[in-house]
Ligand binder design. Structure first.
Ligand SMILES: *Cc1c(COP(=O)(O)O)cnc(C)c1O
Length: 421
């Protein structure tokens, strides 16, 4: 569910007409709905009701300060995967004890930064990382709380680029070796082994892989406790998928996911963490773009937009589908026609959709990419020296630019000229 609906024939973001924002900030741009962000966070929070828990938003999905503040004020913790994200979370007012540090390649500097600034836990992904963490914690003079990310070897049945829970993936340690690695961690002076972490992939549209993974985590919890570890926190990762094509997808609901968590690990008495990213931000954002040209090719028509793969890379990178809708609602009964919908970047990969049925469109018309709130703006680049597009946040009848479009001078002046010129 989201808060982007047609009203009086015009697409709105909550109570604000999308065309009004377009006129004010120019296209292309991202627009997010506060109500959708909060609704999705609350769905997860309520789904874990009755269990000691913290929903840690995986902020790599969308990490604008205003989005982080919105979720943090509602009580969210944050899952970060870099020093930059840690700094962003702190800048948005999130306290260290609500920040979980994930990722396979944490550097000693990033670790030091989090240990000094305060951290809820590190999700450790390898033995060498554990050794570095132990050493840096000793230098800083603190005990680092850790979970170890285990790789349960389950098939998440999602796109290969976002599956992380099979034994061939780079993530976590094989669950078969977990007891051995926990024993190593338990013997280290500056680590406090508090729990287990698992994250099997992203955009999962079936609950079965979660069920298999969490059953394995439950078994491991019992074994590790027998081995003498005080396992008291389970971080169950993120990954719940969203419906990208409204017409034919119905991914699982957070309530069903919550029930599954209670069923599989609820009896263990552990504090539960989850790390949803996409399901919180995905359907909370649109990318709005203008048609520059309608070009007739051989046997096909192209809609050439001012938005491109550098602004929204998911179709090029994951063959992802985004529903694309006109900002002005077509009259009932309008006949649709197939378009190849493309951006201006000099790559054939800069194609958002092929032979997509759309109402007839003309230069100057606005279209909106649905479900663009997660892994949209954060993955954008300035390829072709195209400015990073603005982000706008709507809250009921108000809106604000939360990241402005840089000017060409600002972009160019980030380069520096060597002294030998
Ligand atoms: C990416 C990631 C998430 C979030 O995944 P979503 O599919 O966006 O929910 C959570 N935890 C970790 C460790 C991740 O890498």
């Amino acid at each position: 569910m989201d808060h982007f609906l047609y009203r009086d024939g015009v697409l709105h973001a909550e109570d604000v007409p999308v065309a009004e924002i377009a006129a004010a900030v120019g296209t292309p741009f991202y627009v997010y709905s506060t109500a959708t962000l909060l609704r999705h966070f609350t769905l997860f929070d309520d789904a874990l009701d009755g269990m000691d828990h913290l929903v840690c938003y995986a902020m790599k999905a969308a990490s604008n300060q205003a989005i982080l503040k919105t979720l943090a004020q509602a009580g969210a913790g944050m899952d970060v995967v870099s020093g930059g994200e840690y700094a962003r979370a702190r800048a948005a007012g999130v306290s260290g004890d609500k920040i979980v540090f994930s990722g396979v390649g944490k550097t000693a500097d990033e670790i030091r930064m989090a240990l000094t600034g305060g951290i809820r836990q590190f999700n450790v992904e390898s033995e060498p990382e554990m050794e570095v963490l132990n050493r840096v914690a000793g230098e800083v003079g603190v005990i680092a709380p850790i979970t170890i990310r285990v790789n349960p070897d389950v098939d998440a049945k999602t796109h290969a680029k976002i599956a992380t829970g099979k034994s061939e993936n780079k993530f976590g340690i094989p669950i078969a070796r977990a007891r051995e690695v926990y024993a190593m961690a338990g013997a280290m002076d500056h680590l406090d082994v508090i729990g287990i972490d698992v994250h099997i992939g992203s955009q999962l549209t079936d609950l079965t892989p979660f069920e298999l993974a969490y059953q394995k985590v439950a078994e491991l919890t019992v074994q590790l406790r027998e081995d003498g570890h005080d396992i008291r926190r389970l971080d169950l990762g993120g990954g719940l998928g969203i419906p990208y094509a409204r017409s034919n997808e119905a991914p699982p609901l957070p309530t069903d996911y919550g029930a599954l968590i209670k069923r599989t690990v609820g009896h263990l008495g552990c504090e539960i963490e989850i790390e949803p990213g996409r399901l919180i931000a995905g359907n909370a954002g649109l990318m709005v773009s203008e048609v520059i040209y309608v070009k007739s090719g051989e046997g096909r028509d192209f809609l050439i937009l001012d938005g491109a793969m550098n602004d929204l890379i998911r179709p090029a990178m994951y063959e992802a589908h985004h529903d694309i809708v006109p900002v002005i609602e077509p009259a009932p009964g309008t006949e649709q026609t197939p378009y190849d919908i493309v951006g201006p970047v000099c790559e054939s990969g800069d194609t958002f959709a092929k032979q997509r049925m759309m109402p007839p469109l003309a230069a100057g018309d606005l279209v909106a990419f649905r479900s663009a709130g997660a892994y949209g703006a954060v993955m954008s680049s300035e390829y072709n020296t195209r400015p990073l597009i603005p982000e706008v946040l709507v809250n009921a009848d108000q809106y604000a630019v939360i990241r402005a479009r840089p000017t060409f001078d600002e972009m160019i002046n980030r380069d520096t000229i060597p002294g030998w010129f």
